[in-house]
Design a protein around this ligand. Structure first.
Ligand SMILES: Cc1ncc(COP(=O)(O)O)c(C=O)c1O
Length: 396
């Protein structure tokens, strides 16, 4: 098979003239840091998700950190996190001096196992100060069960909704669930601001605390401080806050992306379904779950599982790379990362460890065409049929 000329990366941002126009207008406005564009973006996002507040930050990671911080998570506390996630879900718990308690995930949805959350809750009781489930690939976790656990044990839930900007559960947008939800606008996310994040919540108090902690600990942000109608140059911090805000430049990009949200979601869904069709006959791959009875997702990433034990996943990635296809892992279990494995060597999570060498993310983004996906399918077949990624190479 001949390698294509252009590298097909795992995903690239989808930026049109509308986004460029909005960013240039912002540059020309004389206000490029936190200001009116951030506020407008927050309002649009809150309205889209049907929630009272949205507090924009510099990333989903800083959103998660701030959300956990304002809940008072700290030294000696335990926080339940799934192990199949991006490291930041657990890292922020460590950064706050607390202990992440890793939980296994379901093989089909890659979402946290709620029966294990219940076991952990009854094992550790009120040492557990929060649960941070992830909506993997944007497919909602088992929200109903998690909410019941939250009520029964009076423990807050922060949903890591990094992948879930377009997701809904029981026809309600995902940002309405839990104590807070944290979203990512990283470059390749369903909706991008280059880098960025947002916290949604219905609580006035938590929203205000998130705002204060993410902006120097000041009770007023810089826009309200410097704009002519609110001139009040003298402000003092009321807590030792961080500098984790989004900027107007980023928000301008986000506002333009929001206006394209239906188009972006439809394209994603279309490509996702197309993969499901063209890969259906590959019996050595298990294809991802598209939706559950209650949850619809934004199809952030297309993660297959290699079910033929003869295939070496890493070799497959190398062979695909030779054919100019980028792949990735969503995710290598966090408890098997060097830092966590050294610190918590006794953690054993059966499904996650089964998935560890079998998951593979293949290219998906709204900039790609069905021809690009056909090429990925052809490459997978070629590598398999030629036995280029088999563990036991046959010698004639
Ligand atoms: C599940 C999950 N949580 C958190 C993050 C962190 O997002 P950010 O890059 O916006 O900090 C990511 C990033 O991809 C993620 O996939």
């Amino acid at each position: 098979m001949k390698a294509r000329k252009e590298f097909l990366s795992i995903a690239i941002p989808d930026i049109t003239d509308e986004e460029k126009k909005q960013v240039i207008e912002c540059l020309d406005s004389g206000w490029i840091s936190v200001g009116p564009k951030v506020r407008e973006f927050e309002s649009l996002f809150a309205e889209y998700h049907g929630v009272k507040h949205a507090v924009a930050t510099s990333s989903c990671t800083t959103s998660l950190f701030i959300a956990a911080k304002v809940l008072g998570i700290g030294e000696g506390d335990y926080v339940i996190v799934p192990t199949i996630t991006w490291q930041s879900t657990a890292n922020i718990v460590e950064q706050l001096g607390a202990t992440p308690i890793f939980c296994d995930v379901h093989r089909d949805t890659l979402n946290i196992k709620t029966d294990e959350i219940e076991q952990l809750m009854s094992m550790y009781g009120n040492k557990i100060k929060a649960i941070i489930p992830v909506h993997h690939s944007g497919l909602p976790a088992d929200i109903d069960i998690i909410d019941n656990i939250s009520k029964e044990y009076d423990v807050p839930v922060i949903y890591d909704a990094a992948h879930a900007v377009f997701s809904s559960y029981d026809n309600k947008m995902i940002g309405q669930f839990g104590t807070m939800s944290c979203f990512s606008f990283y470059a390749t996310k369903n909706l991008t601001t280059g880098d960025g994040g947002i916290i949604t919540t219905d609580s006035d108090e938590l929203a205000e605390h998130c705002r204060i902690w993410s902006y120097h600990g000041l009770p007023k942000d810089s826009w309200r401080r410097y704009s002519s109608e609110n001139a009040s140059p003298h402000v003092q911090c009321i807590v030792p806050g961080y500098k984790f805000n989004l900027t107007d430049l980023q928000a301008a990009l986000g506002i333009a992306q929001m206006s394209r949200r239906n188009e972006l979601l439809e394209k994603r869904n279309e490509l996702f379904r197309y993969y499901n069709t063209i890969l259906a006959d590959l019996d050595w791959l298990e294809l991802p779950v598209h939706e559950t009875d209650r949850g619809k997702w934004g199809n952030h990433v297309y993660v297959v599982k290699i079910v033929d034990d003869e295939i070496d996943r890493d070799k497959l990635m190398t062979e695909l790379r030779k054919l100019n296809i980028g792949t990735n892992l969503h995710f290598y279990p966090v408890h098997k990362n060097v830092f966590y494995e050294q610190k918590y060597p006794d953690v054993k999570l059966e499904t996650a460890e089964w998935l560890m060498d079998r998951i593979l993310t293949i290219p998906l983004c709204t900039k790609y065409s069905k021809d690009d996906l056909d090429y990925v399918s052809e490459a997978l077949r070629f590598v398999y049929d030629e036995r280029l990624a088999h563990k036991n190479v046959m010698i004639n």
